[in-house]
Design a protein around this ligand. Structure first.
Ligand code: NAD
Length: 284
């Protein structure tokens, strides 16, 4: 069994970006800039944003954190987004999810300029992914594909099973696997006999938010297993959706939690922001 080390892979990506930004600076050009909006003070959201800000800093990219109070309404948030949309010094905009329940998430995500939508959640970018047009692709799915490709195994012709059908992970990663000519099954909470489906998978991606859902008897020997889940145990540790101890005895490759998909998601956020910069008038 081989571990897919997301931390090491993410460091390689960030190092390449760091060198690119050092080159821009040497040419006297503006650095790319990522703006992040946080509404309220959810501790998990704050910790994710800290990770994103640190990754930006590592690469030499500028980042801005815009904080709005928990009580902020749709209008305040839309006003902030409009300000960042119009700011030529900002290349990428992300609104940290989840938003407080009184905010209309669709209204907010639709307001971000598609050319600055580095999370890839705007309908124009979602349509681009499904129609095979140039677009910003969500970060976690891109990170997952990079991890699968890092094994050196071809994706084409393989049976891939994605457990989870969310808009941000399950659906887009299913499409990216399809684009690479895997035969893809998307399983979910209503799938009958999940084990029978997952046992067929040469490539198994699990994104459900259920700790330990996938056990060794559900995995084909030698399979590539990517664990997207982030769950907190009673004693405060992070754990995935895959029972690592048993599945690692069967799988050919497996990604750990923490140190797997999480750092890759952040690396691709930074990569998307650099791309937004390069596509902007200034970056060309
Ligand atoms: P979600 O809650 O939006 O969707 C969960 C999906 O899992 C649903 O489609 C549901 O049908 C499926 N599901 C739930 N229970 C199931 C079961 N028992 N059997 C089969 N399918 C089941 O979740 P999400 O936003 O896709 O996130 C999934 C997990 O991945 C969460 O733990 C989340 O924290 C984590 N996540 C991690 C990263 C990262 O960067 N590492 C990024 C996004 C999400």
């Amino acid at each position: 069994m081989n571990i897919i080390d997301g931390k090491a892979l993410s460091l390689e990506i960030k190092e390449t970006i760091r060198q690119r930004i050092a080159g821009l600076t040497a040419e006297g050009k503006r650095k790319p800039c990522l703006a992040m909006i946080l509404v309220g003070s959810n501790p998990a959201s704050r910790s994710y944003l800290r990770g994103k800000g640190n990754a930006a800093a590592f690469t030499g990219m500028d980042s801005r954190l815009v904080e709005l109070p928990e009580t902020a309404g749709n209008a305040e948030l839309l006003q902030e987004i409009a300000r960042l949309n119009a700011d030529d010094g900002v290349d990428g905009i992300l609104v940290q999810l989840p938003l407080p329940s009184h905010i209309d998430e669709n209204l907010v995500l639709d307001a971000i300029l598609p050319s600055k939508d580095v999370d890839g959640f705007h309908p124009i970018n979602v349509a681009g992914l499904w129609m095979g047009r140039p677009c910003f692709v969500p970060c976690t799915p891109q990170g997952i594909i990079h991890m699968i490709e890092s094994t050196g195994q071809p994706i084409e012709g393989k049976r891939a099973v994605v457990v989870g059908r969310s808009k941000i992970v399950g659906r887009p990663v299913s499409k990216l696997l399809l684009d690479r000519n895997a035969t893809v099954t998307t399983a979910h909470s209503r799938t009958a006999d999940l084990g029978a489906v997952t046992r067929d998978a040469d490539i198994l991606v699990v994104a459900t938010g259920h700790a330990g859902l996938i056990t060794a008897d559900m995995v084909k020997p030698g399979a590539i297993v990517i664990d997207v889940g982030i769950n907190r145990t009673a004693d405060g540790r992070l754990t995935g959706d895959v029972d690592f101890d048993s599945v690692s005895q069967v799988a050919g490759w497996i990604s750990p939690v923490p140190g797997g998909v999480g750092p890759m998601t952040i690396a691709y956020l930074i990569k998307n922001t650099l791309r937004a910069y390069e596509l902007s008038a200034e970056g060309r």
